[in-house]
Design a binder for this molecule. Structure first.
Ligand SMILES: *Cc1c(COP(=O)(O)O)cnc(C)c1O
Length: 800
């Protein structure tokens, strides 16, 4: 459409004036952004239509990725880069005196997710489209995404996020594709010719209205779809409170639950889940039937992936539609359903495994409950045949037991594949949490190491490094990330290493400027940028990091002339609003920062910075500037991590435990290019089991630990009040559930190895380059290729 800059400029100016109703000089940044977005979306539309037509006529197997979260971030830059028109647009706008960077900053992040699970879904969409795979997302259009975090006096405040305030240029509302979703009511059964059929009566109907977002592949004409459902009132019923109905309906897609590791036990959450899957499954089946006549072969043409247990009701919903609406018998329906679905498990934290009380579930979703009950009966009967008399085992595997519906059990029984996201996590599932299921269904379990899209996390967010790579090995790596390995031939090239250093310093300088602007803290770009950004959670152990900083401060005080290298510690983290302990840790980070940052004994060698409102677009600014990537979860607790991969790809060295994908990073780069410390997963799990860890011993036998813990409660810390007693107690009275004190010594030693390695710049840069060169494995293109071949069994196009 835009074959030249001139053409683009003309189209843009015309559209800008038409849509804003203003002369060009009077238009605001928002007007200019909106017009740009609309123009690009229209440009995308042609390929979007064509892709859909192609899918329809070629009858390719389609993949649907169901996820309660899609953490998309911003789309303008990604779309322009993927379309290959970034420079054309940049120059065209430049002629008009508009800076494309300013346009990018107008865009609000679409923060429809909490963290890694939602970001994984977004990375997968990019990879599927870029690899020409017919893969689409289904999610929820939350009116308010994850809350906006403000820090006031070191405390987290939560503001409602407002990504839709100025409208959203990338979406297309499709009211004609609305679905009706029933809640509450009763089930009536009737019999005809010996067949029982069921009717859901007296239900409260909610309208699910789709908003479609185009998912543009890189360097291809493929445009897939992310469909986000919005809840709206459908029909008022006489005798009901209209306002209440409206409120209850709209509440379904009002807020994202600000936590993905805890089940709030709320009816609303269950409503969200059924709302998502019911609208999606019925749409998928309708679309399938418009392409193919026969439902018995559904699994040959459709693969549905459920991202963790939140969308697992898709399984009984599919059964319901096949049986109640299309008249299929139970056994055929179950055969088709289990062959269509695949499931990914993202956690072993047993408190995070979703369970619903039957007394909440049954009234809200009466027909779905009946179906799950039947699935459970049949499943338990099969188990009884396999394990006669073993009541305990069957009870441990039942889908409904002790008045609860167990979502993970339903997911495993109802799908053909269970993916554990990293090797270690898959093994823990097989040997522990899901061991009984593994014994019964050994063939279902598999591991597909997570990945990130290198296009967003390297090409788009780190231009200095991307252009250095391009100058060295060309741009084949953008389509085929395994080719980043060609960078290995530069490890002895000191001119290249010098350029790598320059690129990193440019990024550090940029981040230092931002820190000065937003936090008013001066940081030295020549110091080690040591970064921990991720959700705040006890198992991720931000506490270990901040306690160690306090320890470094103590060392400076004891010996002001100690030869300590200059370090900037950067944090970014949101704490779930109800997570009291996590909020205390945010306060502690600020309190230590206040103590350390301008203290004369420190002489500027340690700076502590907390960047507020951590989100995708902030991560994109921070990660390119990192020297050290802190991935320090208690071993066995982090299913995978993907932040670790983003840092590695940007040349940061990992300081981490042998947990999640850190292990696979270590396998790729070798022991000499990573800093590993701490207990291993087996050791943690063993000590948890046999109760052999006493944190109090570490307090009494390690003076460093005693000193810093005492500082938490003796008034040494600014504005401490009694805030840190909870933390103190968790470490001592409650025996330090996450092994912070246990790993402290090993962690401090690893920091010393980091500090001394950094002194040899040439060797550091070589390590950094090896990390970049071996990061191709962690591209989500590789992950998606594995899913496509081994789970979804979709063919050829774009697959390497
Ligand atoms: C990648 C990412 C995450 C996941 O980070 P982990 O370190 O793996 O927990 C969370 N939030 C955002 C905004 C991300 O970009």
């Amino acid at each position: 459409m835009f074959s030249s800059q001139e053409e683009f400029k003309e189209a843009y100016l015309k559209k800008l004036e038409m849509t804003s109703g203003k002369a060009f000089p009077d238009t605001t940044l928002q007007d200019r952004y909106d017009t740009l977005g609309q123009l690009i979306r229209e440009y995308i539309s042609m390929n979007w239509i064509q892709t859909n037509e192609q899918y329809r006529y070629q009858k390719q197997k389609q993949v649907y990725y169901l996820s309660i979260e899609f953490l998309l971030g911003r789309l303008l830059r990604q779309n322009l880069m993927n379309l290959g028109i970034y420079e054309l647009v940049e120059e065209g706008l430049g002629d008009l005196g508009i800076d494309l960077k300013d346009m990018e900053d107008v865009e609000q992040d679409a923060a429809l997710g909490n963290g890694g699970l939602g970001r994984l879904a977004a990375c997968f969409l990019d990879s599927m489209a870029s690899m020409d795979l017919p893969g689409h997302g289904y999610g929820i259009r939350y009116k308010h995404g994850l809350f906006e975090q403000k820090i006031v006096n070191g405390y987290q405040m939560e503001l409602p996020e407002q990504w839709l305030r100025h409208g959203y240029v990338w979406e297309v509302r499709k009211p004609d594709l609305m679905m009706q979703i029933p809640f509450w009511g009763r089930i009536e059964s009737s019999e005809k010719d010996g067949v029982t059929s069921f009717r859901h009566v007296d239900a409260e109907i909610v309208a699910a209205v789709p908003y479609d977002l185009p998912v543009v592949g890189y360097g291809t004409t493929t445009v897939n779809t992310l469909r986000l459902w919005n809840a709206e009132p459908y029909a008022y019923k006489a005798g009901r409170d209209m306002m209440k109905y409206k409120r209850d309906t709209e509440a379904i897609t009002e807020f994202l639950y600000p936590d993905d590791t805890q089940d709030e036990g709320k009816v609303l959450r269950l409503k969200q889940q059924y709302f998502l899957v019911s609208a999606s499954i019925r749409t998928i089946l309708e679309s399938y039937l418009s392409r193919h006549g026969d439902l018995t072969n559904l699994h040959e043409h459709v693969a549905i992936h459920i991202n963790d247990t939140h969308p697992v009701l898709a399984i009984p919903e599919m059964m319901r539609v096949l049986i109640d609406e299309y008249g299929m018998d139970w056994d055929s329906a179950w055969g088709v359903t289990t062959k269509t679905f695949a499931y990914t498990n993202h956690t072993t934290l047993s408190e995070a495994l979703e369970r619903w009380l039957v007394r909440i579930f049954q009234p809200l979703l009466p027909r779905i409950y009946m179906i799950i009950d039947e699935i459970n009966e049949r499943f338990c009967r099969d188990l009884w045949d396999a394990y006669p008399g073993e009541w305990g085992r069957i009870e441990g595997m039942a889908i409904i037991a002790h008045g609860e519906v167990k979502m993970a059990h339903l997911a495993i029984a109802g799908s053909h594949s269970v993916n554990g996201v990293a090797k270690i996590h898959t093994n823990i599932l097989k040997e522990r949490e899901m061991n009984l299921f593994y014994q019964y269904f050994p063939g279902k379990f598999n591991s597909k190491t997570n990945g990130i899209t290198h296009r967003r996390w390297l090409l788009n967010s780190n231009p200095p490094l991307a252009s250095l790579i391009q100058s060295a090995i060309g741009d084949a790596w953008i389509k085929d990330p395994s080719r980043l390995s060609e960078l290995e031939s530069f490890t002895a090239d000191s001119a290249f290493l010098e350029n790598l250093h320059k690129a990193k310093q440019l990024n550090k300088k940029r981040l230092a400027d931002r820190i000065l602007q937003t936090n008013g803290i001066v940081v030295d770009p020549d110091s080690i940028f040591d970064i921990q950004i991720k959700r705040l959670h006890a198992y991720k152990r931000q506490l270990l990091n901040i306690l160690h900083i306090l320890h470094l401060f103590n060392r400076c005080q004891e010996n002001p002339d100690a030869d300590i290298p200059s370090r900037t510690f950067i944090f970014g983290a949101k704490a779930s609003p109800g997570y009291y302990y996590a909020k205390k840790i945010i306060k502690l980070i600020h309190s230590v920062a206040d103590l350390v940052n301008d203290h004369p004994a420190v002489k500027g060698r340690i700076k502590v910075v907390f960047l507020e409102n951590y989100r995708v677009s902030l991560a994109e600014e921070i990660i390119p500037a990192a020297d050290v990537s802190q991935q320090i979860s208690t071993a066995s607790k982090e299913a995978s991590g993907t932040g670790n991969m983003k840092f590695m790809m940007n040349g940061a060295l990992t300081l981490g435990t042998l947990d999640g994908a850190n292990i696979e990073i270590q396998e790729q780069v070798g022991d000499e290019n990573i800093f590993i410390f701490g207990l291993r997963a087996e050791e943690v799990m063993k000590q948890q089991q046999d109760g052999s860890y006493y944190s109090m011993e570490y307090y009494h036998h390690d003076e460093r630990i005693k000193k810093m813990l005492d500082q938490l409660i003796d008034g040494s810390l600014p504005d401490a009040g009694d805030h840190f007693e909870t933390i103190y107690d968790s470490l001592l009275a409650e025996n330090d559930e996450f092994f912070v004190l246990r790993d402290f010594d090993s962690y401090a030693k690893a920091h010393e190895r980091v500090a001394s390695a950094y002194r040899d710049q040439e060797s550091w840069l070589r390590m950094s380059l090896i990390n970049i060169a071996r990061s191709g494995y962690f591209s989500s293109d590789r992950t998606i290729a594995e899913y496509a071949r081994e789970i979804w069994r979709i063919g050829g196009v774009g697959l390497r």
